[in-house]
Design a protein around this ligand. Structure first.
Ligand code: ZN
Length: 254
């Protein structure tokens, strides 16, 4: 419960944020669980229903596009039913209040943008954008959804190539632009809020360490054990949707 949060710790984190020249948030799947999107890897997540190699890899796109699109329809359905939660709104409020420079997210759910965050760097793309993997033409989401309600897979109206979501599939590289933009943002960052990501895999195990190494402070909001114990300055073992709104209120009210 929010009332059980450690007030002294909240004050300490708020004070760090208030003194920051450029604070950045780094988010992962955990921040969207309260929005009704289970972590793909957790029980009830999409990877308990699908084999990622068969539905979300370059190999699958080439060899079984229909199966990829069956999975995409399920995912679109899940994302359409989700809403930003208080944690997403709190980060948007911090940005509007001039207390947060931007968000770097590993999520593809578009919930930061829907909550009102304007600078959002998407490490793994965004499920609401689609393009043709042959001619690279972008296709409006609505057009794609209309098409896939009639038949799947969806083919490009211009060249007949396969249409795919603008997300990073297994075996694919992180978009260069996202990498460069996050490096730029983190170069200037003197505080990093890590939330919803445990630091087990890249980029989550790399980016926060860069901020710490250059003398920045780390505020962590994560449930359970993570790989950040050695770099965290203030840590909340509590859900983001409870901690971040309290923190945003304290910081923005000053
Ligand atoms: Zn095309």
């Amino acid at each position: 419960m929010a009332s059980e949060l450690d007030n002294a710790k909240l004050k300490e984190a708020a004070s760090i944020l208030q003194k920051a020249k450029a604070a950045v948030a780094f988010t992962g799947a955990g921040i969207s669980v309260a929005s009704g999107i289970p972590d793909f890897r957790s029980p009830g997540g999409l990877w308990t229903k699908y084999d990622p190699f068969e539905v979300a890899s370059a190999h699958a796109l080439e060899h079984n596009p229909r199966k990829v699109w069956e999975f995409l329809l399920d995912t679109v359905d899940l994302l359409e039913r989700s809403q930003p939660n208080p944690a997403h709104f709190a980060l948007a409020d911090l940005e509007k209040g001039g207390q947060l420079a931007g968000v770097i997210t590993q999520n593809i759910d578009n919930l930061h943008q829907r909550a009102g965050s304007s600078l959002v760097i998407e490490y793994h793309g965004n499920f609401q954008r689609f393009y043709c993997q042959n001619c690279f033409m972008n296709l409006p989401e609505q057009e794609v959804l209309t098409q896939c309600s009639q038949s799947i897979p969806v083919w490009c109206p211009s060249c007949g190539g396969l249409v795919r979501p603008d997300v990073v599939f297994f075996g694919e590289a992180i978009p260069t632009r996202a990498q460069q933009e996050s490096i730029q943002l983190l170069k200037a960052a003197d505080v990093l809020i890590i939330t919803g990501t445990s630091g087990e895999v890249a980029p989550a195990n790399v980016l926060p360490r860069q901020v710490k190494l250059s003398g920045g402070k780390i505020i962590e909001v994560n449930l359970g054990n993570t790989y950040y114990a050695d770099i965290t300055d203030v840590r909340f073992d509590a859900p983001a949707e409870q901690v971040l709104p309290r923190l945003a209120d304290m910081v923005c009210d000053q």
